[in-house]
Design a protein around this ligand. Structure first.
Ligand code: GLU
Length: 295
């Protein structure tokens, strides 16, 4: 039997809070309970927001919680070539196209489309679906703009992608989605429109890096917050397109603040370091998120 492989994959763009403690402890305890491995992966492709100090703090916080991980830790910023290779396959297959529109241009397009009161469609996160303009450009115009050095992102052509894969594909969900979805889930990536596969400033995106890494690291169980439940449909599509193995997924509940809002790094909610400074023990933190302390 293959050994289960779990991973906790934080981004060092803020301090870890109770929600991360829950996710990390849950992964670690599931790995222990199944005789599996536990990996830590640093998702630091966003070089404008990730810092070495925040990364160091992640190691300190996790070690303080009693979590042990395998070395070396995979740091995404050191593996950009792996993602670039996967991107190249999608470019060659003509499943992605260069998109030039700026955020402002997208905003204006949506405002204009909604001017008569018809709502422009939104993705599962509530973000407007990317307008079709860049997808509809001629090859000549694309080449000319790329050669002129205009910045562009690569976006998945959702319709073209669907022509390359089976009409229906699924994932096994042992946690649940926002509406309690569990068991065999039919992936509906089209709900996201033409997602970014490689950003303007780095030749990858969260979606691409996560599926490439989960495959390269042999991850068998993806245990993460329910806020990524719907994104799993995009991950499944990329796995189908790139011929990658499919892990099992477990989306766990999110830890909420007193007013029922999801904890956020940017609001500086209940940081693990702050709890420690206030005198909490690792066992206290484990109990606060409803888990057994690590022994
Ligand atoms: N890096 C992502 C985050 O910090 C988690 C990605 C994942 O677990 O798939 O939200």
């Amino acid at each position: 039997m293959t050994v289960p492989v779990f991973r906790f994959a934080p981004s060092p763009n803020g301090l870890l809070h109770l929600g991360h403690a829950y996710s990390a402890l849950l992964n670690f305890s599931m790995a222990r309970a199944t005789g599996g491995r536990f990996l830590l992966r640093i998702e630091d492709i966003d070089t404008t927001r990730c810092t070495p100090e925040l990364e160091e703090q992640i190691y300190r916080d996790l070690a303080w919680l009693g979590i042990e991980w395998e070395e070396p830790v995979r740091r995404q910023s050191e593996h950009i070539d792996d993602y670039a290779q996967a991107l190249e396959r999608l470019v060659d297959a003509e499943i992605v196209y260069p998109s030039f529109m700026s955020r402002g241009e997208v905003r204006d397009f949506v405002a204009e489309a909604e001017a008569d009161g018809t709502p422009w469609p939104r993705d599962p996160d509530g973000v407007p679906i990317f307008p079709p303009l860049d997808r509809e450009r001629s090859q000549a115009e694309r080449l000319q703009r790329m050669e002129a050095g205009e910045p562009f992102a690569w976006r998945l052509d959702m319709e073209a992608a669907h022509r390359h894969v089976a009409s229906r594909f699924f994932w096994e969900e042992s946690g649940s989605g926002p509406k309690g979805e569990t068991g065999r889930i039919a992936a509906r990536p089209e709900a996201w429109g033409d997602v970014v596969i490689a950003r303007k400033e780095v030749p990858t995106s969260y979606h691409l890096a996560v599926v490439v890494d989960d495959s390269l690291q042999g991850v068998t169980h993806v245990v993460r917050g329910r806020d990524l439940f719907h994104a799993t449909a995009v991950h499944r599509l990329l796995q189908e397109l790139l011929g990658l193995p499919v892990p099992r997924y477990h989306h766990h509940a999110l830890i909420l603040d007193e007013s029922g809002r999801k904890l956020s790094k940017s609001r500086g909610d209940t940081g693990i370091a702050a709890l420690r400074a206030a005198g909490a023990t690792p066992a206290d933190v484990a109990r606060m998120v409803g888990l057994e302390p690590v022994r």
